[in-house]
Design a protein around this ligand. Structure first.
Ligand SMILES: CC(C)(COP(=O)(O)OP(=O)(O)OC[C@H]1O[C@@H](n2cnc3c(N)ncnc32)[C@H](O)[C@@H]1OP(=O)(O)O)[C@@H](O)C(=O)NCCC(=O)NCCS
Length: 289
């Protein structure tokens, strides 16, 4: 395996991954961020060069200091070959299984391979399965039926992180607060404020260029805020050349209904695997059941 540091090689890798979209989401999004200023300080690992068969993105070693922090320690992977995938994931220089981390990808084999490695190493796995939503060109679509007199656009900043953390079903702890604050400061997002200037609805994006953490406060639901914030954040990413995609839990009816007001967005026939690994076969700390 090797860590790709050469800008020309990283550009070439991006073009190869783009040719295999949408299957290469979210690795492609991570590589694109790396090639555009690298706000999360991630790096790319490949099994070999030039004929690579497996690609992994991860934070640089010095970035995540807390070995129990699987929020910030976000990895993404894609492979054209299951054996290459297995070798890369098993390689201790590619993944440190002694630290908490998350792994994202759209391939079932990625899930199966990482699950068996985790079992063999007594690493706790908490898997989450999402439906992938893609918006091919958010610049051309518009959300319908939005009551714009009740809300106005704002800009997320660090002071909003506490509320966003409190309302996130997988958050609510100090690590998730730190992670969300990082997303707010480093990646495109969108929000609507109410008449008093308080946060009403928001969408963030992450180091994998995935639209995420969408939320509308209960008192403002049903006003179609979700489609507006998701579309606005999607447009920001799309304007920088990123594929605009997100993921929802398959049984999240409100999210599905909300996205129907966002014309042009459609579900892809792929599952996004978001896999949380914690060493020692213990449940992740503060995990909300
Ligand atoms: C999913 C969510 C973001 C939708 O936000 P929203 O701004 O209310 O979106 P919409 O106004 O388009 O409403 C979407 C659907 O929610 C449901 N809804 C409407 N009013 C509601 C209310 N007062 N309370 C709860 N749900 C309501 C309806 O099914 C509605 O669809 P409909 O208008 O076609 O009937 C919001 O429900 C939420 O924050 N849920 C918790 C977090 C979450 O699931 N996030 C999405 C992760 S991808």
């Amino acid at each position: 395996m090797l860590i790709l540091t050469c800008a020309t090689k990283l550009q070439l890798l991006e073009r190869v991954l783009q040719k295999s979209l949408p299957q290469t989401l979210p690795v492609c999004g991570a590589v694109m961020h790396i090639n555009r200023g690298n706000p999360a300080q991630h790096e790319v690992v490949v099994d070999s060069w030039r004929k690579f068969k497996a690609v992994l993105t991860r934070p640089r070693t010095e970035v995540v200091k807390d070995s129990g922090d699987y929020y910030a320690n976000v990895h993404a992977a894609f492979s054209w070959d299951i054996d290459a995938c297995q070798s890369l994931l098993e390689n201790p220089e590619a993944i440190d299984w002694g630290r908490a981390f998350q792994l994202q990808g759209l391939q079932e084999e990625l899930y199966n391979v990482s699950k068996s490695i985790a079992e063999a190493r007594c690493v706790e796995l908490k898997p989450n399965f999402y439906q992938v939503i893609l918006s091919p060109d958010p610049s051309t679509c518009c959300p319908s039926q939005f009551k714009s007199d009740l809300f106005h656009f704002g800009t997320l900043n660090s002071s909003h992180a506490v509320l966003i953390n409190e309302t996130w079903s997988l958050g609510g702890n100090d690590r998730s607060l730190r992670y969300l604050n990082d997303l707010i400061c480093k990646f495109p997002s969108a929000c609507l404020l109410d008449k008093e200037g308080q946060l009403a609805s928001w969408t963030l994006s992450n180091p994998l260029a995935c639209l995420t953490h969408s939320y509308t406060l209960p008192q403002y639901r049903g006003h179609h805020c979700y489609a507006v914030v998701a579309l606005t954040a999607a447009r920001k990413l799309h304007a920088k050349g990123f594929p605009a995609y997100g993921a929802i839990l398959p049984d999240n009816k409100a999210a599905k209904q909300g996205l129907m007001k966002y014309e042009g967005a459609h579900a892809l026939p792929f599952t996004k695997y978001t896999l949380f690994f914690t060493p020692g076969c213990e449940s992740p700390p503060n995990w909300r059941k």
